[in-house]
Design a protein around this ligand. Structure first.
Ligand code: OGA
Ligand code: MN
Length: 213
């Protein structure tokens, strides 16, 4: 295809443009209804089915750390997703992610070549202490992506807020984000420290990273 046709072929996507401008100005973006209510339901069912099959594992934080120390840092259970073996429901998830990645690569030259995603369940009483997503010797993580799969009617008092620690003119501020279903949060993995506050009601999500190199 010649360049002229490629240019005509390009359709600007207002949602993606919003993400790009948010990230360039404030290092994070919150997107409501990134997934439709129907898609959230499908993905939640898919997570719950896998959980029933008992395939989730306690999340880790690196080698040579004992279980009690891990528990004092994070208490979620995770299951890595495998795009190659995705069922119809998961394909719907990866289709949307791939569309976003293509757009980012095309418009921002972001060079996202890899991605990794896992389901996550935070049982009641669990949390994830303040951290940076690149702490596991993996500086390829460029953007963190979290999508909440909680039930409709999720209440702020259910806990499990995501708190982003921002630096505004040398002053640290906290951005509190409730894990409402369908909501997606994208942020710069190498820059923003964040935490998940203690959960009062089981909290469901898919979390992942868009990676360079
Ligand atoms: C993580 C994480 C945030 C969230 O899994 O690294 O920070 O809101 N998750 O679930
Ligand atoms: Mn994190």
């Amino acid at each position: 295809m010649n360049q002229l046709f490629e240019a005509i072929d390009f359709v600007e996507n207002p949602v993606y443009e919003g993400i790009i401008s948010d990230i360039s100005t404030q290092q994070f973006s919150i997107v409501e209804n990134f997934f439709t209510q129907y898609e959230v339901e499908i993905l939640r069912q898919s997570l719950l089915r896998k959980h029933e099959e008992d395939t989730f594992k306690k999340a880790a934080i690196g080698n040579r750390v004992n279980e009690n120390i891990i528990k004092s840092i994070r208490g979620d259970m995770i299951l890595w997703m495998n795009e190659g073996q995705a069922d119809a429901h998961e394909k719907l998830f990866f289709d949307k992610i791939n569309d976003l990645v293509d757009y980012l690569n095309r418009t921002c030259f972001m060079g996202i070549l890899q991605k990794e995603f896992h389901y996550a369940i935070y049982p009641e009483g669990t949390f994830y202490k303040r951290h940076l997503d690149t702490f596991q010797n993996d500086d390829r993580r460029k953007l963190s992506f979290v999508c909440y799969l909680n039930e409709d009617g999720w209440l702020p008092e259910n806990g499990g807020e995501l708190v982003l620690y921002l630096n505004e003119n040398g002053q640290e501020t906290e951005k509190v984000i409730y894990p409402f279903p369908g909501r997606v949060v994208i942020f710069e993995s190498q820059i923003l420290e964040h935490e998940v506050k203690p959960v009062n009601t089981e909290r469901l999500s898919i979390t992942g990273w868009l990676k360079t190199r």
